[in-house]
Unconditional design. Structure first.
Length: 139
């Protein structure tokens, strides 16, 4: 494994850190709002409010887990850990697949925004698969 980290890997790690921190903050808000909504709905017997609050709570938990994973990937990228390359590739690959699937669920504007939103993740996948990047991670 090389000791020189490619500049693109550093930039990608910074992006994962920013994404992870923003996602963590937002997910904690969603979790707190969902828990409060669910509790109020339960106390006052409003089943819809309780259900919505429960769903938001679950989304908040999933978001926190995802944010922590982003931060772990960022650490691994900065340290050129072998596993980080694979996790980053899987994470960005999932984004590409979900973006492609999202193209089929909306109208013209959603399709246009979806295509634009796929360009950066597809570029990241392409970058991670480059021989010099793979070599930096011992692959």
């Amino acid at each position: 494994m090389t000791t020189n980290r490619p500049t693109g890997v550093t930039l990608l790690a910074i992006a994962f850190i920013i994404l992870g921190l923003l996602s963590l903050f937002w997910s904690l808000l969603v979790f707190g709002f969902g828990a409060a909504t669910g509790l109020v709905g339960t106390i006052f017997g409003d089943d819809v409010m309780a259900t919505v609050g429960g769903a938001q709570t679950i989304h908040g938990i999933v978001g926190v887990v995802s944010a922590v994973l982003d931060l772990i990937i960022a650490y691994g990228l900065l340290a050129l850990k072998r596993w980080a390359w694979l996790l980053a590739l899987i994470g960005v690959g999932v984004t590409v697949v979900s973006g492609v699937l999202g193209l089929f669920s909306g109208g013209f504007v959603a399709v246009c925004c979806g295509i634009i939103g796929l360009i950066i993740p597809a570029g990241i996948v392409y970058y991670l698969l480059q021989p010099e990047v793979r070599r930096a991670f011992g692959r």
